[in-house]
Design a protein around this ligand. Structure first.
Ligand code: ATP
Ligand code: MG
Length: 613
């Protein structure tokens, strides 16, 4: 029975089996014989599982439920994400910086693992006093800011499920996600709460903890006036975080040991193609997968400083701004108001000042940065690698970054559903990471093909989506297909394999254009357009055409210095370049110049808005 269709999610008296002093597993406990035939690399995952603390060892690496596609990773094991991300680091890393926080006013503060532990326990105490139990949802709608991380960690500490919604969404979009996830408690930034109230969308029966937007200053809990939550009496159902935090009495709140498969998060997809999907993720599999991904996919070593520019409500923010760096005992930058879509000098200065070693961002941000300045200044001597994810990476931006930063630039392909990368690569061609097995199939016949839909074999890996919240039938129907040999996960993305086995992502299946019987992907046209001097951003969509079925319509954002007088020239140049690279059928029917492209909070172009007549 899938978890999300039950409100209690897992037996609540479960942790009674685990008194606080129960023995810790030793690596040898984990080395059981793998089953004879298994769709996973048992030896690999047993070894990787040793990167985290197990309060009770698991019995099996992966168990398919009734033949799949539902599965449970590290079955029988018990662990806790917060314990692994905070408590276990205290003996060796208590004084080490866990978070480097930079607020909108430019104030900066370092938070050590010991301080982080204190804040997380205080937050867990607050949540517990509001009646939050294991399995309850706690919905956070906060920008990237320290209390957001404290709350995510505190939820994990108690076994509650965090639902983080981007603070960039509208009040209506937030209300929709509240309705879908039915949280016990909301934690909101002051101005988001006001928007919810103004539009009459605050759910009357759900308490709201209000976090002031006064920046790091608001983290001094001594009380006193200053911001609304501390000064004024809160309204109906509202509680001020600062006041609750000041009342914390130093009571220790232990980590609750949870079954490996206990849901730890409910996370909505970006909503690029329509209604967002509520992805449910586990505990043990997620912790192991993220810890394994760091050395194997990100090539990390010791003492890394991560700067993930993503919104905290996007999967990239969850996995590599919060969980992975903390699980590994690294330092992570928490930049309030940093904004995926507003790169530039501030980012380079932050990297230089805080000796950032790893930058994870989106291609769109780097395209804008390239337009703002030819060089990366100051020189980024601390940086060891840059990773890009979320949208196709064009060659020009990749080369600019490789030359400017002087470090390897990796393209990572993944989804909210996968939780961590599926494919990764340098220089344009991607390959499956770790033990992921993928193929490309013709969307009509389902047979292997050089170009078609990218599918994953058998499972989504540990930490992959367990189900869709409240929609388990849709989870199976939308994403899975059994081809007689095994389950195939349908990414809904179009990909091409070259003769050396390298894979290029061409865009979403739904966005693929069919022009006079010839298929053309959005990425092919956009990458061609981006090579034209003066083009900062490009979006291609298919529009109806009476003879050809569809034709390309192209939207262009130019670099700031390009005058409108050059648009006619650019149109001609764009048509010539696209015809040369994609063929005659790729010639755009029209080229429209815009100031900016419609984007999701995660920095993705929303092509369905551009397709509207
Ligand atoms: P929704 O599913 O709600 O429409 P979404 O698919 O944009 O939204 P995410 O899970 O944030 O939500 O994005 C995953 C998608 O982003 C992938 O399926 C793919 O289309 C695109 N993507 C991610 N990484 C890359 C990449 N490196 N290259 C090309 N496309 C990518
Ligand atoms: Mg998607």
């Amino acid at each position: 029975m899938p978890f999300a269709n039950r409100t209690d999610c897992f037996p609540l008296d479960w942790s009674a089996d685990f008194p606080a002093d129960s023995p810790v597993s030793s690596p040898s406990d984990l080395l059981l014989d793998p089953p004879a035939s298994s769709p996973v690399d048992e030896v690999f995952w047993r070894r990787e599982a040793q990167r985290i603390h197990w309060q009770r060892p698991f019995r099996q690496v992966m168990a398919l439920e009734q033949g799949g596609p539902h599965c449970r990773w590290f079955e029988g094991g018990a662990t806790n994400l917060c314990y692994n991300a905070v408590d276990r680091h205290l003996p060796l890393r208590g004084g080490q910086t866990a978070l480097i926080c930079c607020d909108r006013q430019g104030a900066e503060r370092r938070i050590s693992y010991a301080e982080l532990h204190r804040e997380v326990v205080a937050m867990a105490w607050i949540l517990q006093r509001q009646g939050v139990l294991a399995g309850d949802r706690v919905l956070l709608c906060l920008p990237v800011m320290p209390p957001a991380l404290f709350a995510m960690l505190a939820c994990a500490r108690l076994g509650a499920i965090h639902v983080v919604v981007s603070a960039q969404l509208s009040a209506a979009a937030l209300a929709e996600r509240i309705d879908l996830s039915q949280p016990r408690l909301l934690i909101l930034e002051d101005k988001i709460n006001r928007a919810l109230l103004q539009e009459g969308l605050a759910p009357p029966a759900v308490r709201r903890i209000i976090v002031g937007d006064g920046g790091l200053e608001a983290m001094r809990y001594a009380g006193g006036a200053g911001d609304r939550e501390a000064g004024e009496l809160p309204g109906d159902g509202e509680l001020g975080y600062r006041r609750l935090r000041a009342a914390y009495n130093n009571e220790p709140i232990p980590c609750r040991w949870l079954p490996a498969e206990a849901p730890s998060q409910l996370l909505f997809t970006s909503g690029t193609t329509g209604t967002p999907k509520g992805v449910v993720r586990d505990t043990g599999g997620y912790a192991v997968a993220l810890c394994a991904s760091l050395p194997h996919i990100f090539h990390t070593g010791e003492n890394e400083v991560f700067f993930t520019t993503a919104d905290i409500g996007w999967v990239t923010g969850h996995s590599y701004l919060v969980w992975a760096p903390l699980l590994a005992g690294f330092t992570t930058l928490v930049v309030t108001g940093g904004g995926t879509n507003t790169p530039g000098r501030r980012w380079w200065q932050l990297i230089a000042r805080h000796s950032v070693t790893r930058l994870l961002t989106v291609p769109g941000a780097m395209r804008l940065a390239r337009m703002q300045s030819e060089t990366l200044d100051p020189p980024l001597t601390s940086l060891r690698a840059v990773y890009l994810a979320g949208e196709p990476l064009d060659a020009k931006t990749r080369q600019w970054l490789e030359q400017g930063a002087g470090v390897p630039v990796y393209d990572h392909y993944w989804q909210t559903e996968s939780g961590w990368p599926i494919l990764a690569g340098q220089g344009g061609a991607l390959r499956p990471v770790m033990d992921r097995r993928v193929s490309i199939v013709d969307e009509q016949t389902g047979r292997p093909a050089a170009t078609g839909m990218l599918v994953l074999h058998d499972h989504l890996g540990p930490g992959g989506m367990q189900t869709l919240w409240g929609h388990d039938d849709e989870f199976v129907a939308r994403y899975w297909h059994h081809d007689g040999e095994g389950w195939r996960y349908l990414t809904q993305d179009r990909a091409r394999r070259d003769e050396h086995g390298g894979i290029t992502i061409q865009g979403r299946m739904d966005d693929t254009m069919n022009i006079g019987g010839k298929r053309l992907s959005t990425a092919e046209v956009e990458h061609a357009a981006l090579t034209v001097p003066g083009v900062a951003e490009a979006a291609a969509v298919g529009i109806a055409h009476p003879l050809l079925g569809q034709m390309v319509q192209l939207y262009i954002v130019t670099a700031p210095e390009v005058p409108a007088a050059r648009h006619a020239d650019m149109r001609r140049c764009l048509a010539a370049v696209i015809v040369a690279r994609c063929g005659r059928h790729g010639r755009p029917r029209s080229v429209i110049f815009l100031d900016s492209l419609p984007k999701t909070f995660s920095g993705k172009i929303i092509r369905r808005f551009l397709r509207r007549p």
